[in-house]
Design a protein around this ligand. Structure first.
Ligand SMILES: *[C@@H]1O[C@H](CO)[C@@H](O)[C@H](O)[C@H]1NC(C)=O
Ligand SMILES: *[C@@H]1O[C@H](CO)[C@@H](O)[C@H](O)[C@H]1NC(C)=O
Ligand SMILES: *[C@@H]1O[C@H](CO)[C@@H](O)[C@H](O)[C@H]1NC(C)=O
Ligand SMILES: *[C@@H]1O[C@H](CO)[C@@H](O)[C@H](O)[C@H]1NC(C)=O
Ligand SMILES: *[C@@H]1O[C@H](CO)[C@@H](O)[C@H](O)[C@H]1NC(C)=O
Length: 488
């Protein structure tokens, strides 16, 4: 009896040991699985953000000041007020810097050694370059991201002080890093058309904004910078992103802020799609949204406008019609009776088909009493080598209730392959209460250019142009006209 029970116990015991061993193995296997999973997740999230100095979306500052900055080439004269010169604005921004200056620019040619730089007009570029290097003596960090590995200027900057990181855009999207903005102390920002090029501070027509004391916007723009910063040496974009590079504000959840004591909302957008994590608004969606919300007018000032995407597939180009902006404009003009004005540059790189797309858009209004779409060409006087530039580099849109300041021209291929950023500011008319707001200043800047003697209307004296069959010829005749006016 005893024996049996003992044997029984022994059996239970060995059964128990066996079971706990199995449990152990099961637990061990689970732990292993978990560890492998964690390792997998962590290896996938390889775009980490930078430390954000404790500023969070809850306690960032929303009481901001905004200043419109412009570069107006010296030989242009405008009657109405111009705004703070770009060089003054950027230098002032550098005065504010206490901790860090982060810069993305498509080009670095502040101290270009080509023939123009010996001129007085190149002085502003050289001065800015020196001031950037002098940040070292003030203990302010200088971080730069670029897609130009062979830039001599960047090389000399990184040898002397700056931390420079290189993004291989060829490997990522076969495009360019055309983003153009500054983040200073995670508090102040600059965004606009002007890159770090001496010509942008003297010979080209540029526009941008500087926003002071706005750590909320700066935090979001810094995250875009931080994302580029992490792309160094990469030839692919990971599928999982760290929270520190994802969007804080977006089209659907814009930042509510005060700009010079006016209530407004704002957010930043980026391109291309591949560079937009979940929640980040795409440039193209920002533009479409601003167009859709316009009630009375839409003014657009860009160097080039072309609704085409030109891809290269196995060495041969495949060209597609790219409709997102074109269709929104057509809808606004015809169905909502919003007045559209499009100011494009006429220069050596103006694509011949530009003219065809523009005329087709204008033809939409045929026979409609309340329908207005006007196009004017800004005559760029180029002659790049021997100076005389004054091309209109502006890349902005303003409507009765919003402004969009971007980095890219409105060409399908730009949005598809190139990296850029944009800033949308919305202010309703009753919020403005007659105050001088940024939307009004942008409108005034646009109207000043539009009515200036430097533009040519598409329709002025154009009977022969309209009769002409080929866009190429039309454009050529416009270009010749521009040049002959230039010599008057
Ligand atoms: C914001 O909040 C975080 C934690 O929530 C804190 O560490 C940080 O110091 C705060 N920053 C400011 C500027 O108040
Ligand atoms: C300035 O105003 C005068 C008179 O109103 C006009 O003739 C001239 O074209 C204007 N110039 C510019 C650059 O707008
Ligand atoms: C960038 O990537 C392309 C394609 O992957 C490669 O051919 C090129 O050498 C890379 N450039 C640099 C500077 O690493
Ligand atoms: C497309 O790109 C190719 C190569 O870059 C160029 O030769 C061609 O002219 C472009 N076509 C258009 C319509 O822009
Ligand atoms: C905002 O205020 C600053 C000075 O405090 C001024 O220079 C700037 O022009 C103002 N901006 C607007 C849009 O009124």
């Amino acid at each position: 009896m005893n024996l049996i029970s003992e044997r029984c116990d022994w059996q239970t015991f060995s059964l128990y040991v066996l079971q706990s061993q199995q449990k152990c193995i099961a637990v061990f296997a689970l732990v292993c699985c978990f560890a492998v999973l964690v390792a997998l997740i962590f290896s996938a999230v390889d775009v980490w953000g930078e430390d954000e100095d404790g500023v969070t979306e809850e306690n960032c500052s929303k009481n901001c000041r905004i200043v419109l900055v412009e570069n107006i080439p010296g030989e242009l004269s405008f009657n109405s007020t111009t705004h703070v010169p770009l060089s003054v604005g950027l230098n002032h921004l550098l005065d504010q810097a206490k901790l860090s200056v982060e810069i993305v620019s498509p080009y670095w040619a502040l101290t270009s050694t080509d023939q123009g730089s010996r001129l007085y007009s190149a002085y502003q570029g050289q001065y800015l370059f020196q001031r950037l290097l002098n940040l070292k003596s003030r203990g302010v960090k200088l971080k730069i991201v670029s897609d130009q590995p062979n830039s001599i200027e960047l090389k000399s900057m990184s040898d002397r002080y700056a931390e420079v990181r290189y993004v291989n855009m060829t490997a990522l999207t076969r495009g360019r890093l055309l983003s153009c903005f500054w983040v200073v102390d995670r508090k102040h920002i600059y965004i606009g058309s002007a890159g770090m090029n001496w010509k942008a501070l003297s010979k080209l027509k540029e526009i941008g904004v500087i926003v002071y004391d706005c750590s909320c916007l700066a935090l979001d723009l810094h995250r875009i910078f931080s994302f580029y910063w992490q792309l160094q040496y990469r030839d692919y974009i990971p599928s999982i992103w760290s929270k520190r590079v994802t969007a804080v504000f977006s089209r659907d959840q814009p930042l509510q802020l005060r700009l010079n004591n006016t209530d407004a909302s704002a957010y930043v957008s980026t391109s291309p799609d591949l560079f937009c994590p979940k929640g980040r608004s795409r440039d193209i969606d920002a533009i479409r949204h601003v167009i859709r919300e316009a009630k009375r007018f839409i003014y657009i000032s860009v160097t080039d406008y072309l609704p085409l995407v030109n891809r290269s597939f196995r060495g041969s180009p495949i060209i597609r019609y790219w409709s997102p902006i074109d269709e929104m404009l057509r809808e606004a003009v015809v169905l909502r009776e919003v007045k559209v004005r499009l100011l494009i540059s006429l220069w050596s790189r103006t694509h011949p088909l530009t003219f065809n797309f523009i005329t087709s858009m204008q033809a939409l209004c045929t026979g409609l009493p309340v329908c207005s779409i006007e196009v004017r060409f800004y005559r760029g006087k180029e002659q790049m080598g021997g100076f005389q530039h004054r091309i209109n580099e502006n890349k902005f849109m303003v409507t009765d209730n919003a402004g969009y300041i971007g980095n890219l021209d409105w060409i399908g291929s730009e949005f598809a392959f190139n990296a850029g950023a944009g800033l949308v500011i919305q202010e309703s008319e009753d919020q403005r209460k007659g105050q001088d707001s940024i939307v009004e200043q942008l409108t005034a800047a646009f109207e000043r250019d539009w009515f200036s003697p430097y533009t040519i209307s598409l329709l002025s004296g154009s009977t022969t142009l309209q009769e002409s069959q080929h866009g190429r010829q039309k454009l050529q005749s416009l270009k010749t006209k521009a040049e002959s006016r230039e010599h008057e």
